[in-house]
Design a protein around this ligand. Sequence first.
Ligand SMILES: [Zn+2]
Ligand SMILES: [Zn+2]
Length: 266
Amino acid sequence: MPWVPQFSQDKIMKYDYHIHTEDSYDSRIKAEELIRKAIELKYDEIAITEHLDLLAQELSVFGLPSLKKYQARIAALQRQYPQIKILTGIEIGDYHQVREFAQNLVAELDFELILGSVHFLSDQTNIALPLPQPLSNKQVEDYYRLNLALVSTCDIDVLAHLGVYKRHYPDIPDEREVYPLIREIFGVMIERGIALEINLSALRNGYPSYLPEDHIIQLYQQQGGSLFSLGSDAHYLDHFDVFRDRVPQSYLNGRIPQRYRLTTKS
Ligand SMILES: [Zn+2]
Ligand SMILES: [Zn+2]
């Protein structure tokens, strides 16, 4: 039986669609503890989105996670806790660089939510980690070009943490120079039905905003974008359910990512 959402159309769903647990090498969250906490806090849905990082330098350190085992683990928890909907998702890092490999891996597994994200610049800088100094203009442009390649060539439901390199910056930089590129990204996303994630991780690091910031989200809305996803990107249980109140309700108006809507239809 396909899942049919139990909430009414006009109720704003309480959800978090970007969380890492046992099968992410950098997470300390036990999925069962997370699920209990989510139930206690009256969440309607959560998506567990483990890392799938397939670049050679990542595979050699972290290896290939067993996706089947991961799915079975979450399926068992879903049976144990039917009072909450748990989506089994995946965050594919730098998908555009490992497209065929990743596509083949996820093809038969039918994940309920696929996040795409850029973690590495062309010069190999890992922008998910704290940076010794802000990126140069050239690196910022490269970052958005990689995001454009990602949304144009990969089948994803959600573009995760756009602007992640700013996560450890003290202030919001002026980036009007890359607005044309960002508009191009949003144009492709709107056309392909890819949701824009509002990612809360920067707030935990002292950055003054979630990512992307309101002025970037406005570019998306000006072009007609209205499909949002919300993600804590939690790696510790304490990261879950914080800073949600900073996000305007207008971004969380009940629209949810594409694949999920498609798989729940029939
Ligand atoms: Zn990420
Ligand atoms: Zn993540």
